[in-house]
Design a protein around this ligand. Sequence first.
Ligand SMILES: Nc1ncnc2c1ncn2[C@@H]1O[C@H](COP(=O)(O)OP(=O)(O)OP(=O)(O)O)[C@@H](O)[C@H]1O
Length: 373
Amino acid sequence: MPLDQPALANAPVKLGAGISLSDLRVGYSEQDVLSGINLDVAAGEFVALLGASGCGKTTLLRALAGFVPVRGGAMHVDGHDMTGVGPDKRGMAMMFQSYALWPHMNVAQNIGYGLKLRRKSRAEIETRVKEMAQLVGLQDLLHRRIAALSGGQRQRVALARALAIDPPVLLLDEPLSNLDAGIRATMRHEIRDLQQRLGLTTILVTHDREEAMSMADRVVILNAGRIAQVGTPEEVFHTPANAYVARFMGAGNALNATARLNEGTVELNLDGDTCQLPRASGPEAGVHFPEPQDGPVEVMFHSDAVELGPARKPGESLALRGTVIQHSYLGSVYRHEVRIGSTRILADDPAKVPIGSAIDVSIPATALSLFPA
Ligand SMILES: Nc1ncnc2c1ncn2[C@@H]1O[C@H](COP(=O)(O)OP(=O)(O)OP(=O)(O)O)[C@@H](O)[C@H]1O
């Protein structure tokens, strides 16, 4: 059920609020959970907070909403200092993973809940509820009990309730994690579409890389309470700032090597075999080596970058020799486990290579990221 377009024809065009966090420090009781958080979110921008469980994503969202006190640094929304501003005065609506809907209220009452709290008139609430229900495609279910709704419909009620108060900032805490894979993919696009049409500044918390990349303008990767990298989905995927980001973005293959820098190139020594590869500088194609230095390095890359068989670009690829020890079918490709010396890597290829085959393996320089080991 697509989100309804006509309802928006009458909706006022509005712009979200800009958010600025500087040197923010947040925590519970004795312990800081987040520190040194510097982030500027433009009005109307969609930012995803991505990171492993416990890294502080929800804490940052709750601090923005005003549910967790800030211990240090500053938070401004459209230039206004949020210190001492209560959650209901911040112009932010939060949508929780659990949806937090009221089971004893029907759809309309849930959508109108925030408006009732804000003491809007009955007529105003009724009009706005209808508008919001139409926006998310629930206009025929206004009197349905929450218990009699599917997961996807509940998610739409929660979204409509959050949007009903006309928030310049929408905070989403894992909003899709309770939905099955099919609906989740549809809802990603619908929320993104709605966010862009309404111009809402949106912060999404997720631990799902694909979700973050497909929905957000920029992704903030958190590691143990600190920002590991901020960038567009393309930037954090192709030019990770460190090994943590590379791994988190799916570059699960790592080989140990020793690097020696030359003019515009890097010489890699892997178990005695050496090869010379171009180094990326600016937009030029080559190995991504954000902190170039001589010495031991981790050579990281995605499984879909690996080519099985002779290198297509010999001078511009890392060429290795390995043995296929396992494979599995993923739908569009076979994922091969290949032993190279004492290491194993994963390599995707449309063709199945028999187990036990000795095979050439190559990875284009442009798909390699090097980090000091
Ligand atoms: N109310 C609380 N009191 C004390 N510590 C808390 C509280 N809420 C969270 N924490 C701790 O703060 C840290 C960060 O938790 P947070 O929920 O922000 O992580 P997260 O990145 O959202 O994780 P997940 O993906 O698992 O939801 C964790 O170590 C957690 O145990």
